[in-house]
Design a protein around this ligand. Structure first.
Ligand code: NDP
Ligand code: 2IT
Length: 448
């Protein structure tokens, strides 16, 4: 599909040529540029001053070798990345992903989305992302530690509490953050908030672990409320069974919903009685096993191989919390045919463009990732505030701030959508609201 504006068509072509083969990045950029079409009509100064051209180009791309030694004494070599995308409104902020599928295009799409998401939180954080093609699955704790130490030995040259503050993402949780923090502290002899998602004894924030999943539900709750609906009594499907999925299930259940399915990259479980979350926590957080194990404790539940089948389960609300492009057009149509009322994205870019169109044309309430999953990074920014004050808030204090932030994000995205003539289109609203703050800061800074 092409844009009405010749400028946007040329820019998109240039982005595709300059970042050849990076299809996830192209997808993320195209969606934002589509939303910006009415903005540049109203504000030609953003084009004239190079803001649109600059925002699609990372400020800095760091790519490095990560050698480490496995338990058998073999030398292994992975590739590490940190993309410092945009620092107009604050230090680069965004997670690190360790997954075999990681390459520059994945980190670039995630870093790009992070610019707008971080802006939406209302907090002073720029956009960045990093990671490695290292696969933590099946590795011993000592192997993970050696990898993390080697990764941080290089990364430490480029980050800092006021420069760039990484956190977790797929494959990076409390264990990995702990090893990386330990190595940074040792190398720099500095105890600072250089990472977020830290353990509570060494500067972590209460409620950061829960924040993305809880925030997703606070956002969804507000979106439902604005449309005369609620979680109460609803049937919910959540994909994934990692950090975001687990705490989305926890909060959705507290808000009165019944979650009937969860998944991992091998398959999904369907429990018509409602997922037993303590059991999932034991399998995933403690034992690091597969979701299939759920049947050992609940033989009455069903297990199916493959990921996409989860979207054929009848539900009122779907919360994709696994990975990019996990809902394609067919899955979206299956959800619509089964009467889904709302879809909110816990993962980053989990719906393909065709899936989003299918939801929007069927009148399904749709909460895009940049808005709906911003609670994780927002709470990371609250962790940074607590670290600079050398003070900690209670769980209730952080949780209340998180809820306020998510409610505001919903209303800001919704108002921007209406203001630009697309009422109810939260994809456009989130992109526009996120963009305007960053773009105005970039204008103020001049050509830099
Ligand atoms: P985790 O590593 O804790 O969990 C990831 C989950 O997704 C696992 O169940 C994993 O299954 C599944 N998954 C990963 N890759 C694939 C794949 N290619 N196909 C199918 N399933 C897959 O990560 P998080 O919960 O932290 O992250 C989940 C999503 O949420 C990601 O998109 C992330 O970018 C996004 N996100 C995370 C935030 C955070 O604070 N952690 C904040 C905002 C967004 P398996 O174990 O089999 O690999
Ligand atoms: O995608 C995301 O927003 C995250 N993985 C969280 C980033 C962060 O810095 O907390």
């Amino acid at each position: 599909m092409s844009f009405k504006s010749a400028f946007l068509n040329e820019l998109m072509e240039r982005v595709e040529a300059r970042n050849a083969g990076e299809k996830e990045f192209h997808q993320a950029v195209r969606e934002v540029l589509e939303s910006l079409e009415p903005v540049i009509e109203k504000h030609p100064e953003f084009v004239k001053n190079g803001v649109i051209e600059s925002i699609v180009e990372p400020e800095r791309i760091i790519k490095f070798r990560v050698p480490w030694v496995d338990d058998k004494g073999n030398v292994r070599v992975n590739r590490g990345f940190r993309i410092q995308f945009n620092s107009a409104i604050g230090p680069y902020k965004g997670g690190l992903r360790f997954h075999p599928s990681v390459y520059e295009g994945i980190i670039k799409f995630l870093g790009f989305e992070q610019i707008f998401k971080n802006s939406l939180t209302g907090l002073p954080i720029g956009g960045g992302k990093g990671g490695s093609d290292f696969d933590p699955k099946g590795k011993s704790d000592m192997e993970v530690m050696r990898f993390c130490q080697s990764f941080m030995t290089e990364l430490s040259k480029y980050i800092g509490a006021d420069t760039d503050v990484p956190a977790g993402d797929i494959g990076v949780g409390a264990r990995e953050i702990g090893y990386m923090f330990g190595q940074y502290k040792r190398l720099r002899d500095e105890f600072t908030g250089v990472l977020t998602g830290k353990g509570i004894p060494y500067g972590g924030s209460l409620a950061r672990k829960e924040a993305t999943g809880y925030g997703l539900c606070y956002f969804t709750e507000e979106m439902l409320k604005d449309n005369g609906l609620s979680f109460d009594g609803k049937t919910v499907v959540v994909s994934g069974s990692g950090n975001v999925a687990i705490y989305a299930v926890e909060k959705a259940t507290t808000l009165g919903a019944k979650v009937v399915a969860m998944s991992d990259s091998n398959g999904y479980v369907y429990d018509k009685n409602g997922i037993d979350l303590d059991c999932v926590k034991k399998i995933k957080e403690v034992e690091r096993k597969r979701i299939k194990e759920y049947l050992v404790y609940h033989p009455e539940a069903e297990y199916h191989e493959g990921c996409s089948g989860i979207w054929t389960i009848k539900c009122d609300i779907a919360l994709p919390c696994a990975t990019q492009n996990e809902i394609d057009e067919n899955s979206a149509k299956a959800l619509v045919a089964n009467g889904v009322k709302a879809v909110c994205e816990g993962a980053n870019m989990p719906s393909t463009p065709e899936a989003i169109s299918a939801f929007q044309s069927a009148g399904v309430l749709f909460g895009p990732a940049k808005a709906a999953n911003a609670g994780g990074v927002a709470t990371s920014a609250l962790e940074m505030s607590q670290n600079s004050m050398r003070y900690s808030w209670t769980f209730e204090e952080v949780d209340a701030k998180l809820k306020d932030i998510m409610v505001n994000i919903y209303h800001n995205a919704s108002s921007a959508a209406s203001e630009y003539g697309m009422p109810g289109n939260l994809v456009a609203g989130a992109n526009i609201a996120g963009f305007l703050k960053v773009a105005n800061a970039m204008l103020a800074h001049g050509v830099v």
